[in-house]
Design a protein around this ligand. Structure first.
Ligand code: C5P
Length: 406
């Protein structure tokens, strides 16, 4: 997660993974960066220029000799303005051209003129990746040019092969280029933090479930920031995700409870951002329930309140943070929950405010603590809210340590 916005050039070459760049451009933009997409001549077979223009809110470049007037030659203009260049997907062909300074594409011209950090995310057939020439070119990029390679992964390839050559996930590419890495010297170094994310699904039968609208974005942002701040993170999530820290995927409230109870004793903190279903069907049918011409009644039973159970049993030095999504009396209900569940911090939000909260990248919250502190965070990206909460957590964990010393 960036502290400041960067000018990023994304060079897209002609590989099937090019379509994944739609999401990458959109994610980078949401994080506040300015993206200039540069296409190779052949990549327009795989991606649509207009789509990338709209997603990046910028012109898309392909032609070295575009008729539009430029103050300087376009490759120099772009190279000078870039804080970072990412080539993704990088085919064997573009890698060979970059390694040998062949300037028959706009992106290779830009790279030759640029002085900023460069990241390359290769994607190709396994044999092409393992070929002596590609490996020699990669070595040149790393050792002679100082470029950073985001390695391709093992997987099922579009060409029908299974092997190394699959482009790294967008999350890995984002983590690499934005330099999201664990920094043990920061506020949560040496701490073990469990974060929950997503909405639980309570099975009705093998195909149906009772669920909720939680996207998991808040919990995942919290886990990312806690990791960045040096914590050993365990993310217990109903949403699958690929992260540099441990992710345990669960589905139901009971599964979530089981995992948390086995992890909590060896942890310093728990952040319960998940929307845990309060009820589940008394029995989940083993077979798919058949459609009949009559109504059916599904009997529900209470799920355990995970926060309340752990709030009662937690050790003094452990910190628990809960969330409270309310549609009325938000603050009053949040203060009550904080006390009832015997937790340290509660993060409250009013779900009736339009365009924020569930599924959105932004939220507005109130942070209440057991020491009666009250803080209001106006509408802002969930990543910023996560940073604020994690700083509060670090402060509280360190206060506990200080108090013990006295
Ligand atoms: O009481 P309420 O469900 O509004 O409290 C919300 C908080 O409690 C959230 O942090 C949620 O993760 C947690 N919770 C829980 N177990 C449940 C229901 C909610 O831990 N069964």
């Amino acid at each position: 997660m960036p502290n400041q916005s960067k000018n990023i050039i994304l060079g897209i070459s002609a590989g099937i993974a090019a379509y994944k760049m739609y999401d990458l451009v959109s994610d980078l933009k949401k994080l506040g960066h300015n993206i200039n997409v540069v296409l190779t001549k052949d990549s327009i077979n795989f991606v649509n220029e207009l789509t990338l223009k709209v997603l990046s809110s910028n012109p898309v470049f392909c032609n070295m000799f575009a008729p539009e007037l430029q103050t300087k030659p376009i490759h120099i203009d772009l190279a000078d303005s870039a804080d970072l260049i990412l080539v993704s997907p990088a085919t064997a062909d573009i890698i060979a051209k970059i390694a040998n300074g062949i300037c028959d594409e706009l992106i290779t011209n830009i790279l030759l003129a640029a002085k900023c950090p460069v990241y390359i995310a290769p994607a190709m057939n396994t044999n092409m990746w393992e070929h002596f020439t590609t490996q020699k070119n990669i070595e040149t990029l790393v050792t002679k040019l100082g470029y950073k390679i985001i390695p391709p992964e093992q997987g099922d390839l579009a060409c029908g092969y299974t092997g190394v050559g699959h482009i790294a996930s967008n999350e890995k590419i984002l983590n690499a280029v934005l330099n999201i890495k664990k920094d043990k010297t920061r506020g949560l170094g040496t701490k073990r933090v469990i974060v929950t994310a997503g909405g639980t699904r309570e099975a009705v039968d093998p195909v149906r479930f009772i669920g909720n609208r939680s996207s998991g974005k808040m919990g995942i942002a919290l886990a990312d920031i806690a990791y960045e701040m040096g914590a050993e993170v365990v993310l217990v999530s109903t949403v699958p995700c690929d992260k540099p820290y441990q992710v345990i995927e669960v589905e139901s409230a009971q599964e979530m409870q089981e995992v948390i109870e086995s992890e909590f004793d060896k942890s310093d903190a728990l952040i319960m951002a998940a929307a845990v279903s309060d009820f589940r069907p008394i029995t989940a049918s083993k077979q798919k329930i058949k459609k009949k011409n009559e109504d059916i009644v599904i009997e529900l039973t209470r799920n355990p309140d995970i926060l309340e159970i752990l709030g009662r049993t937690k050790r003094d030095k452990q910190v628990i943070i809960g969330f409270s999504a309310e549609s009325e009396d938000t603050e009053k209900n949040a203060w009550e929950k904080l006390q009832k569940k015997k937790i340290d911090i509660i993060v409250a939000n009013d779900i009736t405010v339009p365009d924020i909260g569930f599924g959105s990248d932004e939220n507005a919250v109130m942070i209440l603590t057991k020491d009666k502190e009250r803080e209001v965070l106006q509408r802002q990206p969930k990543t910023q809210i996560a940073r604020h909460i994690c700083k509060k957590l670090a402060q509280m964990l360190n206060e506990v340590k200080e108090a013990k010393k006295v």
